[in-house]
Design a protein around this ligand. Structure first.
Ligand code: SF4
Length: 948
């Protein structure tokens, strides 16, 4: 294990007479900010290359449709406001480019500095034609004197005409420099205000040409949607494509956050000032971005990425930045519902809880099953499995990890001894080579994709293996467009090349691994050409990828559900583990095997034992000594019988074995494969309790619906994909009468006579977890309040573990596995000639329960689409937007066609975000025999155009 602590050299600097100790190599501007000393800087922004005195590299602004800068819309040189005096230097220096030195003496606000800043800012405002309303509010053209202005009077010294309203760096700079009462001559540009997309407004009349928006889009996001463009006879900053619809914009809002004035502002934030800002963890994907949420009168009015913390360094995606409004949707479940006379009707908490507590005891043991939730906190998942095991006396406890990363837990556990991401998100940027396989990272884990793009900019090689074209293909050194389901052939082919070309790390294999000889022998009869043909690739492409991976260490493997959701998902990951061990690419920074978890707390729900086979902390449920440990702690005997996985639960319901089901925060109606079978099972239950924040499709079938508080309405922790445990904080009051899931579970448990469910706070639950779960041994709220901690964190003095398996694997030696190339269970044939593969899109999340309540996201993507290749569309006479019937052996749906060469010939793609149509009616419930994960990624379908 490694500590994750960085050793840094520090230097002593004096700023305005204040002595500060700072990291060597940082700039004077950074040092001043660390010491809370303000220096105005309008072209500087964290993550961007400082511009300083020189014009930035013009190639940044002149790619694509960028028009030559003729000075009309703004000038590209730095703002020159961050000037400082450094003793011993004759000239003023730009603090954004000047590095600190030991003993340096800096003065930030001398008369000479301020005079020069005034000149520079006046020049900037004049050159960019920025209206001076804000800077000279009582003299602005068309405005009454400040003292008579109704709007301004509400905020002393500030004109609220400005939509950013006291969140304007230009205003702050002008005030600091002292030009508030100076009239700046300008000629209004009279540019149209653009509101052509859902989340923000662009008013380039206010643009000061700092290009922070253009640069962040290019330098940090790697998207390059913006530039200087020619519109309406003027040169302005804008989208390179004529409209946002046609542009490559991802709507992440980074440009809006970087804008120092009001040229770009979020529609939802106009004229709103947060009373309180609370740091919490994003409730969507497993990246676990830290965010600052501003609240005004109990409503969310502002969201920003948190800048000082990993994993996201201030960045968010469209969901985190603009979509927390789901929590304030009118559709929220606000009171319990109880089924009476066939209808769900509102009930009191007392009535609903009494009914649940009366009914559930009848199903104790294996007539009961519980589906916990990757959207709930660690503490709530701990309580859910404790309730299932202790009160309901069953190990029939599972959650959606079974549908996304059960094969990861099984395979990495078998090969390395730990089923989690081996390395950290921030290490990705330093990799020498990255193999991204089965992950559409820019759409599914957007902030991790930024690290991949950064690594590429720093010179890393990028191998993308994906049957579909994804955005990362445009950056890849090689794109392997292999057939869906042929990953084992591809990866074993790479292994064979590495062995043949003697690129393996012999010492690492000898000292750290076992089972190599059997694995090597198994490849003797393995023909690269045959593997290539199975994968639909040239052997030379596999060889090229193998060489890139082996020769550019540290090499990192990143994968997601394109690898796991197969009937041979475990084999896919075992092959990747073999590949990493062959080249010694495990146990070092920027290497490893990095499964990207889908939901916000799917890692934590696994850690907390919401799995039939494990107690919390991956302690085997079938192990008698583990059981004894938890029996001693919880004070009662615990069930020894093996529990059912999620998919098996539905089989058991149909067989009449499971009669009561308690579902927390999941929507199996849409998320399970072979949806028709699932609906039949749900309808067959004697008693179904659904606890959720919205009336999901599943909730509509329940006997009792319990309204839960959202992640923004409660305290707790989530564990992100890199094993980082982070605080979740209450930002809003629970909607209506909803309650945190943990409180509801405890209340039901207590009513059923369960002991050990009286906690005074979620922090007390975490204390119990840390006593029972060695990898969480050193985790407490007190420590998490400062920053997240990565497990293993065995004791209170341990700083957490940034990468696993440093000196030895968690299981001792890393184990090579012999793996066969098994085909997917259902491949295209004459009757069902197309292969359907499924995945997520960028604008919705999981089954859409949260994101489909966000109007802006619906504007960006309002319906399911069938991606079909132009060749197939032509052959079937299907045009863009026409309705196609898609049928498999399990069901059929109608869906609009999207004709695109993102999908190869013979392969069609759909997401599973929509209820109409429910894609999973089509998918195959065939299971991986080890991990019991269903084969979402491959099933055979036929297509027919619906006549108009
Ligand atoms: Fe939230 Fe994931 Fe987007 Fe980060 S990348 S803002 S965690 S959805």
């Amino acid at each position: 294990m490694t500590t994750g602590q960085k050793i840094v050299d520090t230097v002593r600097v004096s700023i305005n007479g204040q002595e500060v100790w700072v990291e060597e190599g940082i700039t004077v501007l950074q040092a001043a900010r660390e010491a809370a000393i303000y220096i105005p800087a309008l072209c500087f922004w964290p993550g961007l290359q400082p511009v300083g005195e020189v014009e930035p590299d013009e190639s940044i602004y002149r790619a694509g449709e960028v028009i030559e800068n003729d000075g009309v819309g703004g000038e590209v040189q730095g703002c020159q406001l961050c000037l400082v005096e450094v003793e011993g230097e004759a000239d003023l220096l730009t603090s954004c480019t000047t590095k600190v030195a030991d003993g340096m003496v800096v003065w930030t606000d001398t008369d000479r500095v301020q005079k020069k800043r005034r000149e520079n800012l006046l020049h900037l405002l004049t050159a960019t034609a920025h209206p001076s309303i804000c800077l000279t509010c009582d003299r602005a053209v068309g405005c009454p004197p400040f003292s008579l202005c109704v709007r301004s009077a509400r905020v002393p010294n500030r004109c609220v005409y400005c939509p950013k309203y006291r969140d304007c760096e230009l205003y702050d700079a002008a005030a600091h420099i002292g030009i508030m009462n100076v009239t700046v001559p300008y000629t209004p540009a009279n540019l149209p205000i653009v509101k052509d997309q859902p989340f923000f407004v662009r008013d380039y009349n206010l643009c000061i040409g700092c290009l922070r928006c253009v640069r962040i889009c290019r330098e940090v996001r790697g998207v390059d949607a913006l530039g200087f463009v020619f519109r309406d006879g003027k040169v302005v900053v804008g989208t390179k494509a004529p409209t946002f619809d046609e542009s490559v914009c991802e709507f992440c809002g980074a440009c809006v956050d970087a804008c120092p004035c009001s040229a770009l502002y979020a529609k939802s934030e106009k004229w709103k000032r947060a009373e309180q800002v609370i740091t919490t963890t994003c409730p969507f994907c497993g990246v676990g971005c830290q965010m600052e949420v501003g609240v005004l009168k109990k409503h969310i009015v502002r969201v920003r990425g948190e800048n000082t913390n990993t994993p996201n360094d201030g960045q968010l995606c469209v969901k985190g930045r603009f979509s927390l409004s789901f929590a304030e949707s009118q559709d929220r479940l606000k009171a319990p519902l109880v089924r009476k006379g066939g209808e769900l009707v509102p009930a009191s908490w007392e009535e609903a809880l009494a009914l649940v507590a009366e009914k559930l005891p009848q199903y104790k043991g294996n007539n009961f099953a519980l589906i916990s939730s990757a959207k709930c906190t660690n503490e709530e998942n701990y309580l859910a499995q404790k309730f299932g095991r202790l009160v309901m006396e069953t190990n029939n406890i599972d959650h959606c990890a079974r549908l996304c990363h059960a094969s990861t837990v099984a395979a990495l556990g078998a090969a390395f001894g730990s089923g989690a991401m081996t390395n950290s998100i921030e290490e990705i940027r330093d990799a020498g080579c990255i193999l991204v396989i089965g992950s559409n990272t820019t759409e599914e884990h957007p902030v991790i994709a930024l690290k991949i793009k950064e690594a590429k900019r720093r010179g890393a090689k990028l191998i993308v293996a994906n049957p579909r074209w994804i955005d990362l293909c445009s950056l890849a050194d090689i794109w392997l467009r292999h057939k869906p389901g042929s990953d084992v052939s591809l990866v074993l082919g790479m292994c064979q090349v590495i062995i043949k070309e003697k690129l393996l790390d012999v010492d690492f294999i000898k000292e750290r691994c076992e089972g190599f000889e059997e694995f090597e022998n198994s490849l003797h009869t393995f023909l690269l050409e045959e593997a290539a043909s199975k994968a639909g690739l040239e052997a030379s492409s596999i060889r090229e990828a193998a060489l890139l991976y082996a020769e550019n260490s540290p090499s990192s493997i990143i994968y997601s559900m394109g690898i796991t959701q197969h009937s041979h998902g475990t084999d896919n990951i075992l092959s990747l583990a073999n590949l990493a061990m062959l080249t010694g690419n495990v146990g070092r920074p920027s290497t490893g095997i990095n499964p990207l978890r889908g939901q916000n707390n799917v890692q934590g729900a696994c850690d907390m034992g919401a799995l039939p086979e494990f107690f919390p902390g991956y302690q085997a449920a079938q192990d008698a000594s583990t059981r004894k440990k938890f029996e001693d702690a919880w004070g009662r005997s615990l069930p020894a019988q093996e529990g059912l996985t999620v998919v098996e639960m539905f089989d058991a319901i149909l067989e009449g074995k499971v009669k009561a089901l308690y579902i927390i925060g999941e929507n199996p109606y849409l998320s399970e494969p072979d949806g028709t079978r699932v609906v039949k099972a749900l309808e067959k239950l004697d008693f179904l309790v659904v606890q959720d924040i919205f009336p999901s499709e599943t909730a509509r079938l329940a006997h009792v619906v319990l309204p839960a508080a959202s992640a923004l309405e409660k305290e707790g922790t989530f564990t992100n994909t890199e094993r980082r445990v982070q605080r979740v904080r209450r930002v809003l009051d629970p909607a209506g009468e909803s309650r945190p899931d943990g409180e509801i579970i405890c209340e039901i448990a207590k009513r059923m006579g369960g002991e050990g469910f009286s906690y005074s706070s979620p922090s007390e639950i975490m204390d119990e977890v840390s006593r029972l779960v060695p990898i969480y041994g050193g985790i407490s709220y007190e420590r998490l309040d400062k920053a997240g901690l990565q497990w293993p964190c065995p004791d209170a003095s341990h700083p957490g573990t940034s990468y696993l398996h440093r000196d030895q694997f968690s299981r001792g030696k890393g184990k090579f596995h012999v793996v066969d190339c098994r085909p997917s269970v259902e491949l295209p044939d004459e009757e069902y000639p197309f292969l359907l593969t499924t995945g997520r899109g960028p604008f919705h999340f999981q089954t859409g329960t949260m994101t489909r309540r966000v109007a802006g996201l619906n504007q960006l993507r309002s319906e399911e689409l069938l991606e079909i290749s132009p060749e197939d569309a032509r052959a079937l006479g299907i045009g863009k937007g026409e309705i196609v019937e898609v049928s498999s052996r399990r069901g059929k749906v109608n869906v609009k066609a999207r004709v695109t060469d993102r999908s190869p010939q013979g392969v069609v793609f759909m997401t599973f975000h929509f209820a109409e149509p429910a894609t999973n009616v089509l998918t195959n419930p065939a299971l991986d025999p080890v991990a019991k994960i269903p084969e979402f990624k491959v099933c055979a379908v036929k297509l027919s155009k619906i006549a108009k």
